[in-house]
Design a protein. Structure first.
Length: 367
């Protein structure tokens, strides 16, 4: 199957697409974690907040967790649809190992059904999972190290679909000195977050709106579990950055944006980087215009007014608000262009000009 791995790669032009060695497609099954066997042969999945009860021979809503004779299997374990070397800023992560490269992996499947999904060729392709090539955890880490990457990420499709694979690969990655990243919709259970905590350093989460109605109608999910998982990730010591794709007429009401920013400040802290990104029509939402840049600028200004120290704009190449500025003296700390970060005014994790402490992760150590 010709899944468009390059689709995920082509949005960052400075990366290197890795050339894969030929790998035989093999039968590779891996028992899932976080599920309960039931006497009637069904299995209750506790990985994400859909909490599917999966009958024998069926999959959960994600399409990749399968019940075979009462045992739940992860069909996506080690199955890779896309691999790429990206600037870490492409995730986007602006305060985690800035200016470094990240080895990025994607599979297929998702537990959301977003109408505006930009990687729908992967998220909606769970039925093709067993046709994908296999990449063992150790080999993935070897590739990351050989490519000069400082971290490894699970992205392009929802990484919750690769939960067990992330755990196994993350342990090896930490042993090799690599940071670990999830680019996630945040819809996993708090139990799943706790299981990830020892091996996951950065939790880059989409806060798609601050309205449950949006989550129900646009994403097929609910808001509160995302907030609970994000709060839990923060409490567990993960580095958290949030991204909100601002869609005209759907999630851009000033009162809703204010409530979202206030929640982040109160629950995650005012130093939390929040990214507000420009919507472009895609998938089943091609009837809306791109977000006006001035709308994003107003959100940025309002975030500062409310006390957020590090708001960012995204999908607006060349804008000054992609950069990191010292909140105390206004010094340029990290300059960003073409999704790459360049350190300009930092000494370690402090502003070179005024000495203000800047919450930037410059290196990682296993917790």
């Amino acid at each position: 199957m010709a899944l468009e791995g390059a689709r995920a790669a082509d949005q960052g032009t400075d990366g290197l697409i890795l050339q894969r060695r030929h790998r035989r497609s093999v039968t590779h099954v891996h028992e899932a974690q976080l599920y309960t066997k039931n006497p009637d042969g069904t299995a209750d999945c506790r990985l994400c907040n859909h909490r599917c009860r999966i009958a024998g021979g069926r999959t959960g809503r994600c399409g990749v967790r399968r019940n075979r004779e009462g045992v739940l299997w992860s069909a996506s374990y080690g199955r890779v649809s896309a691999e790429h070397v990206d600037p870490i800023e492409k995730k986007p992560l602006n305060h985690f190992l800035p200016g470094t490269l990240c080895y990025s992996l994607g599979s297929v499947g998702c537990n959301f059904t977003c109408e505006h999904c930009q990687n729908w060729q992967l998220s909606r392709a769970a039925d093709a999972v067993e046709s994908l090539p296999l990449l063992e955890p150790g080999e993935a880490v070897d590739r990351a190290v050989a490519s000069g990457c400082a971290s490894i990420s699970w992205t392009y499709n929802e990484p919750t679909m690769s939960f067990e694979y992330s755990l196994d690969t993350g342990r090896i990655a930490h042993g090799a000195g690599l940071g670990t990243v999830w680019v996630t919709n945040g819809y996993m259970t708090e139990e799943a977050v706790d299981a990830l905590a020892p091996v996951l350093d950065a939790f880059r989460v989409d806060l798609k709106a601050f309205d449950d109605g949006f989550y129900r109608t646009v994403c097929g999910a609910h808001l509160d579990p995302v907030l609970a998982a994000t709060r839990r990730a923060h409490e567990a010591g993960m580095h958290v950055e949030t991204v909100t794709l601002v869609i005209p007429g759907l999630n851009d009401a000033p009162a809703e944006i204010d409530a979202l920013i206030r929640w982040v400040i109160e629950e995650l802290g005012p130093d939390t980087p929040m990214h507000f990104t420009r919507f472009h029509p895609d998938y089943r939402m091609r009837d809306r215009a791109p977000t006006p840049v001035r709308t994003l600028e107003r959100i940025y200004e309002r975030a500062l007014e409310l006390g957020l120290r590090f708001p960012y704009l995204g999908n607006v190449g060349g804008h000054r608000n992609e950069n990191t500025w010292c909140p105390a003296c206004g010094n340029l700390l990290i300059e960003r262009s073409m999704l790459q970060g360049r350190l300009r005014g930092l000494d370690g994790s402090s502003c070179r000009q005024c000495g203000e402490a800047i919450p930037v992760v410059r290196s990682v150590r296993p917790r």
